[in-house]
Design a protein around this ligand. Structure first.
Ligand code: BES
Ligand code: ZN
Length: 970
């Protein structure tokens, strides 16, 4: 054995010359993989007591052995074959393993309390862990099955209460299932006991589990923090655990960390003492958590400053920022301090922990994560600099804070029983974040923005054949990852908004309180929420809502009217709305649709509310004059689209021009028409005419939605040779409002004016509007020369404009600004517009930049996505780039949800049938399990685009030409 080790050391030293400090390498001769902190081994070599059987080494599992106690050196052997399989799989290259049926963990042993001590090594990127779990054996067994992934167990034992410890004799890792089975030589009898596990793992760079996040100190030194992201199924990468949302327990967490670092976890610190073996370390102990799910556990070790306050209801709130940037935490701190009492009142349930920390993490995959008491954020979702942050960033921070704090009740206190009910968490939080922001910032008119941000986005996705029901059965982690999508979030939020409107705020609040009180510290399913709301309101909630959550899609309501003396008769019918055109086939699904009807007599008030529970219905509106218009879906609250008879539509259009229709109704009408055109139900030219009627439009959100649809149309027409004509159209539609707004804010203007100005100037600049382009260039020059710094709200539109119409020098300047930028917000702002650059050579440069060290790993997606959305050539180049760099990209995100976003952003803009085939074929040979549905949706969208183009391109072209020949006053 001694020889074995000498040999090992020699090999290691050789490798080290080549790789630098290596923590893990393959040792070919013995077919083993050795992962070990070797520097420690060199020091403690003499203390190694090596006992290993060669049989074990060739086993297809991970034989491990440990030496000399807990925090001391250890060596791990793992058979090469098992490792290699795992690596290949992570590259997406392995032959797809046969999918075994997914099984939840057995219920024979479950945790009561986890006592968990972790010791991260911020230089070596490893961690050591010691778990002592109070567990209950419900049924006698000689094995314990837990979740465990990318972790090596060193020792494990179980001590029944008052009895002798039994050492586990085998750890059988089922890598594909992310489970480990601990086998014991004797039976564990029913009763309680302590399960002890010592283990080690890697602080990975995949932004999941317990991972490292890179930051630069104010003096320019690169360092790493150790942070966590466990949702949905990655707590198992930090410690062996029962990693299912319904298996709740309490947690006593302690962290052994360098004494100059901040150590945070879900609860407040209760003890901090020197670590006996190393004077540079301290052990920080946190108070016991309430009963909670594993995915909400969190810890952070790094260097941070903070700002602090106490909310009206007595909770200590802190916002942690990078060192030297505490000021930038103030805005979020204010929002959080206002939000906690707001939710306490709304739910009538107090926040149950003594503190809440909000912390900005440099490398972070999601936008933010609601860990109980320690909410983690991307820097751009938390930090606001009074001078350098734009209005949309403030609004985003407010929404994200509102969202994550809502989860502290809805998700953390009451948790979904299984991921099938994920939408309860995410849909609800995505709805109530708006309620909260509306409370904190009424001037944002945030509910109107809900419609363009969530409602229409959800309808766009849900009209596809490859959508899915809100409640969807999921098992394997990749299936769970997949449902963090616009259906769970935006459709979820939209149907809750519709439900809230149907029930009324008072009963809704009462029902929420009943639900949260009844299920606190427990788990709940969708039906449980319906039951509480039904009890509170006396309305048939489950019957109505099941039609929205258990089946995918939503209805198109067709309506025509007839004047019958003093009354108006409406004939309504519903059919599933499909992005590909009218529903064909038998058994069209049906919905129970709460419908509101308004008339021009009082456009802001529902004249009638009905529940449409059949496929066809006639409704009589009493006392409606023949010259009045009648509209469905006041406030665009019902989750359906409306198709009016020509006569009804004709009567509504003047309401757009004279603004007598409320803003959110104007928005909804335009959006419905646009998607009817995309589905081939009406002609796109009709929609262009309607768009021209928005000439007097003052509302930011209405413009924003219109702009988004025009963007979709521009992308489509970039496949034709009359792209320039549609740019002319964009310029015509946007110049009047551009002129009204000008470049500089006027006295008395507010948040929405700033957003509108940025939107309009960006649109005009991008379309090549001459005056806008000139002014953008002038202001950009002054900005770069330091003569006049651009206000934060003008930066995106100016950067976009000058880049799109600029050259290599402009790109160089932008990249320089990027390098100099101290705020991540500014870096992101630049990254997002880089794709606007037009020359193939510069596009390639931007793509290379996307994968460089300059761009944080989570932001690569928006750079590549920006290239794909920026131009016709960019689209092709981005797709080629993804194919060429697939391994690196897939590996970077380990298949998480960012890979789906990347794919969606990059391929959805194609409009040629054969591209759907190409995309499909590529992913058949390069599987991305968590993006499977996204890929199908993308292929469907490509085919829809192609059909749309074939159907309408010619008539659009004719219309644009004719418009140019005889310009009408728009
Ligand atoms: N629970 C999620 C975070 C998350 C997202 C975990 C995806 C795992 C996968 C969090 O509450 C969330 O929804 N964050 C949003 C931001 C929010 C304001 C919509 C996000 O990350 O995009
Ligand atoms: Zn959420």
């Amino acid at each position: 054995m001694y020889d074995f080790f000498n040999f090992l050391m020699e090999r290691y030293q050789e490798k080290q010359k080549f790789f630098g400090p290596v923590r893990s390498f393959l040792w070919p001769q013995l077919d083993v993989d050795i992962m070990l902190p070797l520097s420690t081994i060199l020091t403690f070599r003499k203390r190694l007591k090596v006992e290993i059987s060669w049989d074990q080494l060739s086993m297809d599992c991970s034989p491990t052995f440990c030496v000399a106690g807990f925090w001391n050196p250890f060596v791990i052997f793992r058979s090469r074959s098992s490792r290699r399989r795992r690596r290949l799989h992570s590259l997406g290259l392995a032959a797809m393993p046969e999918k075994r049926p997914f099984e939840r963990l057995p219920a024979d042993v479950s945790p009561i309390n986890y006592s968990l001590c972790l010791k991260p090594d911020l230089l070596d990127f490893t961690f050591e862990g010691k778990l002592e779990a109070a567990a209950q054996v419900r049924q006698a067994t000689n094995q314990i099955v837990m979740n465990c992934a990318d972790i090596d167990i060193i020792t494990a034992s179980y001590a029944p209460e008052g009895d002798e410890e039994i050492h586990a004799t085998g750890f059988n890792y089922q890598n594909e299932d992310e489970k480990v089975t601990l086998s014991f030589p004797s039976t564990l009898q029913t009763g309680t006991g302590t399960l002890k596990i010592d283990f080690v793992g890697e602080l990975n760079d995949k932004m999941k589990g317990f991972y490292r996040s890179k930051y630069t100190t104010p003096s320019g030194e690169v360092r790493y923090a150790a942070v966590t992201q466990f949702e949905a199924t990655d707590a198992r990468r930090a410690f062996p655990c029962w990693d299912e949302p319904a298996i709740k327990a309490t947690f006593d967490i302690s962290l052994v960390v360098p004494k100059d670092r901040v150590a945070l976890s879900n609860m407040n610190v209760i003890d901090r003492k020197p670590y006996p073996d190393d004077e540079n370390l301290v052990e920080v102990k946190f108070a016991r958590t309430p009963v909670m799910s594993t995915y909400l556990v969190a810890f952070v070790v790094g260097e941070y400053d903070f700002v602090e306050t106490r909310s009206k209801d007595g909770v200590c709130v802190r916002v942690y920022t990078p060192v030297g940037k505490a000021e930038q935490g103030k805005f979020a701190l204010e929002v959080a301090a206002k939000t906690l009492p707001f939710y306490k009142d709304y739910f009538n349930v107090p926040y149950p922990l003594p503190k809440i920390d909000l912390i900005a993490i440099a490398d972070f995959a999601a936008g933010a994560m609601e860990n109980w008491g320690l909410v983690t954020y991307r820097e751009t979702a938390l930090l606001i600099d009074p001078k350098n942050s734009c209005s949309s960033s403030r609004q985003w921070v407010a929404l994200v804070v509102g969202h994550e704090l809502a989860h502290q009740w809805f998700g953390n206190l009451v948790t979904m029983e299984w991921w099938t009910h994920l939408w309860l968490n995410e849909g609800f939080a995505s709805w109530i974040e708006y309620l909260c922001v509306d409370h904190c910032f009424p001037e944002y008119d945030i509910w109107t923005q809900f419609v363009s941000a969530d409602y229409t986005r959800a309808q766009e996705l849900d009209a596809l054949d490859n959508s899915h029901p809100i409640e969807v059965s999921v098992g394997h982690p990749s299936e769970v990852d997949e449902i963090f999508d616009a259906i769970s979030y935006s459709k979820g939020a939209s149907v809750i908004r519709m439900l809230h409107d149907y029930i009324g705020d008072k009963d809704f609040k009462r029902g929420m309180n009943m639900y949260l009180t009844k299920f606190q510290q427990k788990n709940a399913a969708t039906e449980d929420l319906w039951e509480s709301l039904e009890n509170a309101s006396g309305k048939p909630i489950a019957a109505v809502m099941n039609t929205w959550t258990k089946q995918m899609g939503f209805p198109l309501i067709y309506v025509e009217d007839e004047q019958v003396e003093d009354d108006r008769l409406l004939r309504l019918s519903q059919k599933k709305f499909c992005a590909s055109g009218p529903f064909v086939g038998e058994d069209c699904p049906q919905w129970m649709v709460p419908i509101t009807i308004s008339t021009s007599e009082d456009p802001n008030q529902a004249k009638l509310k009905i529940l449409m529970d059949k496929s066809e219905m006639n409704v009589v509106l009493k006392n409606v004059n023949p010259d009045q218009w009648v509209k469905l879906n006041l406030g665009t609250v019902g989750f359906y689209r409306t198709q009016y008879s020509s006569a009804m539509l004709e009567s509504l259009l003047p309401g757009i021009r004279d603004l007598s229709l409320p803003p959110v109704d104007r928005l909804g009408l335009q959006n419905d028409l646009f998607s009817l055109a995309r589905a081939g139900i009406i002609s796109t030219v009709e929609v262009l005419k309607v768009m021209e009627a928005f000439v007097n439009e003052p509302n930011y959100t209405v413009w924003s939605d219109l702009s988004c649809n025009l963007g979709i149309l521009s992308t489509l027409l970039s496949h034709t040779d009359f792209y320039e004509e549609i740019q002319e159209f964009v310029k015509d539609v946007f110049s009047p409002i551009g002129e009204r707004l000008g470049w500089d804010p006027k006295p008395g203007e507010g948040h929405l004016d700033a957003l509108l100005r940025g939107l309009v100037l960006g649109k005009l600049g991008k379309a090549g509007h001459k005056a806008t382009l000139e002014e953008a260039r002038r202001r950009f020059k002054d900005h770069v020369e330091g003569k006049q710094i651009l206000s934060a709200d003008l930066r995106s539109p100016v950067y976009l404009t000058v880049l799109k119409h600029g050259d290599g020098t402009t790109l160089e300047i932008m990249l320089k600004l990027h390098k100099q930028a101290d705020m991540q917000e500014e870096k992101n702002r630049i990254e997002r517009v880089l794709g606007a650059t037009l020359s193939p050579e510069l596009i390639q440069k931007v793509l290379t930049f996307a994968l460089s060290e300059e761009v944080r790993p989570q932001d690569t997606v928006s750079v590549i996505g920006g290239v794909a959305g920026g131009s016709k050539h960019g689209r092709k180049a981005a797709w080629k780039f993804i194919k060429d760099n697939w391994e690196e990209l897939y590996n970077r995100y380990q298949g998480g949800f960012l890979i789906s976003r990347l794919i969606k952003l990059s391929v959805e803009g194609f409009a040629v049938d054969k591209m759907a085939g190409e995309v499909k074929a590529f992913f058949e040979s390069h599987p991305a399990p968590s993006a499977e549905r996204t890929i199908q949706q993308c292929c469907e969208n490509i085919l829809l685009n192609a059909a749309w183009l074939k159907r309408d391109a010619e008539s659009i072209h004719q219309y644009l030409l004719q418009r140019k020949a005889s310009p009408q006053a728009v």
